[in-house]
Design a protein. Structure first.
Length: 321
């Protein structure tokens, strides 16, 4: 049995809606339904009457609800009482991999200047939006640093989570100066995306897949823009991995500007389009769980707010990189 199953059940009891509960719990509806079913299997009793609209608790569900609520409260109270890390000055940050390379080092340096005694633990990128959010939702991390864009909604309950916009970046289409289209055919990379859209050229495409933040954002961008022909030749959820492949001339990919500044300046990479419609302007958000009672978490949050007020403008990952 897992604690998140209990939290799922309590959320469903509050909303009477599988779809709304899934949004609040930051999972897809099928995944949420599976977790409720796993809890019912573990208990050996049906908790939800799925034949009604809205969903209703069964008699067993009504009996189990106060026990689930008490168990959740007791476990989190024990966690706060026993966890030594926050009291010893260890702030735990989960962050997307690209941000740990570009934005995070300089931002944490500014944070440490304001809080000289702070100690920081960076939790590795788990890959996938839901997996990374889970580190914050499940209490493994005190904070979560992520890109944000309207095309990638974050269904975090505003009564339970708060965020600050602490930086900006841009996701741009790039290639090597020469791109291998077919076995013996190469093409200039600069403006290649514009040429492909105009002339119907099929481009080799280096993809993030579908579960990563950039993968979701680009999938929705492609659905809204004039289509271009592409064949996927490589997939990697990590931007740094795609950059390595792009440098060989293997294809077109979208990369954060903060990650490729030096390559663009040196000409190792070139912009594949002059049209702003293919560029995604990104914000960088810092999230925290409002339920945390840790003094360290509160002090870090206040410090982050102070950094924002003292900056003449919101910092960018570009200048931090």
């Amino acid at each position: 049995m897992e604690l998140k199953w209990l939290e799922d059940f309590v959320t469903l009891a509050e909303t009477s809606s599988f779809s709304r509960s899934a949004e609040l719990r930051n999972v897809t509806q099928p995944a949420f339904s599976r977790r409720i079913k796993q809890l019912e299997v573990w208990l050996g009793a049906a908790l939800i009457n799925r034949g009604t609209m809205p969903a209703e608790l069964t008699p067993a569900g009504r009996s189990f609800l106060p026990l689930a609520q008490d168990t959740i409260r007791a476990l989190y109270a024990a966690q706060e009482a026993l966890r030594p890390t926050s009291e010893s000055g260890m702030a735990r940050f989960a962050a997307l991999h690209t941000l740990t390379v570009t934005f995070v080092p300089a931002w944490l340096q500014r944070l440490e200047q304001e809080m000289p005694d702070i100690r920081i633990c960076l939790i590795p990128d788990r890959g996938g939006i839901e997996a990374n959010l889970a580190s914050l939702v499940d209490g493994e991390a005190d904070f979560f640093l992520t890109y944000a864009h309207p095309r990638v909604p974050f269904h975090l309950d505003r009564q339970r989570f708060d965020h600050l916009s602490i930086g900006r970046d841009r996701l741009v289409p790039v290639t090597a100066p020469q791109v291998k289209l077919q076995r013996e055919r190469w093409a200039p990379g600069k403006g290649l995306l514009d040429t492909a859209v105009r002339d119907g050229i099929t481009l080799p495409y280096l993809s993030y897949g579908f579960s990563s933040f950039f993968g979701v954002a680009l999938g929705r961008l492609f659905a809204e823009r004039a289509p271009f022909l592409r064949r996927q030749t490589h997939e990697n959820a990590i931007s740094a991995g795609l950059k390595t492949v792009a440098l060989t001339g293997a294809g077109l990919c979208w990369l954060p500007l903060s990650l490729i500044q030096s390559e663009l300046e040196s000409g190792l990479l070139v912009e594949a389009s002059t049209s702003p419609e293919w560029v995604l302007d990104l914000e960088i958000h810092l999230y925290r769980h409002l339920g945390s009672q840790s003094k360290l978490v509160e002090n870090v949050w206040k410090c982050a707010e102070t950094l924002l007020r003292t900056e003449t403008a919101v910092p960018t990952a570009i200048s931090a990189g």
